[in-house]
Design a protein around this ligand. Sequence first.
Ligand code: 13P
Length: 275
Amino acid sequence: MACRKWYMGTNTKMYKTIADTNRFVSDLCTLTADIPREKFELFVIPSYTTLDQAGRNRDSRLLKLGAQNMCWEEQGQFTGEISPLMLREVGCDLVMIGHSERRHIFMETDEMERAKVRSALEHGFTALLCIGETEEEKAAGRTAEVLRRQLETGLRDVEIPQLNRVWVAYEPVWAIGVNGKPITIAYADEMLSAIREILCDIFGVSGEDVPIFYGGSVNPENAVPLSRCRDINGLFIGRSAWDAEKFNRLIRQVLESRMQEDSDACGRSHEQRKE
Ligand code: 13P
């Protein structure tokens, strides 16, 4: 796993004005410019009003920009919604779909997420589908069933050739935000592997290549242990990434540990060849 591409990104939720986001994005590009991007991808998902200027200010080779939501229709009588055409116009690369706060505060359904994923892919975006169980679902032992339903419905219209533009974030609802409860690495590891298995059930071997991220109170203490889970390809972070300097430190902490893991693995296989 360690040699695969690694992703780190942040959703800035309903924080940061245009000026804040411009500063954040340009600082992040400067601070991380020396990190080669062949095996590493960095993304920021700020609020809609910031996307245009942030898109102009960032170096697109260093940073991908995403929208926090999107309507499945191009236009129409959908007051308060944002169209894929509008997001394309501001140079957005990806669209986040089904974030826990959309599902649970704004009552979005799996069928809505499915329509959004389909539309995002049709309009050339990468679709980042967020899934995760609530505390009640976890307590009732329904997590696996919930994750399967969210993936099977959300990704129902996805064709295998489009899969290289699908990312999945596992964000347990109970672990997100200021009131989030701590997650154990063993639990995250088990759920991430369950998600990989479901993706392979849906898409066959192609499911192996879909990047899976963990999100929900990622912080400097748990980032490295989480990054060592078997089926993880990236970290999706809220609060701990909203300061560019701190996010840069977190990125380097994780990348250094992954490099160490790679070199240990190389050392081990060298030793085995000698034996
Ligand atoms: P926190 O890291 O602040 O819990 O937020 C995670 C999240 O919701 C990312 O989308």
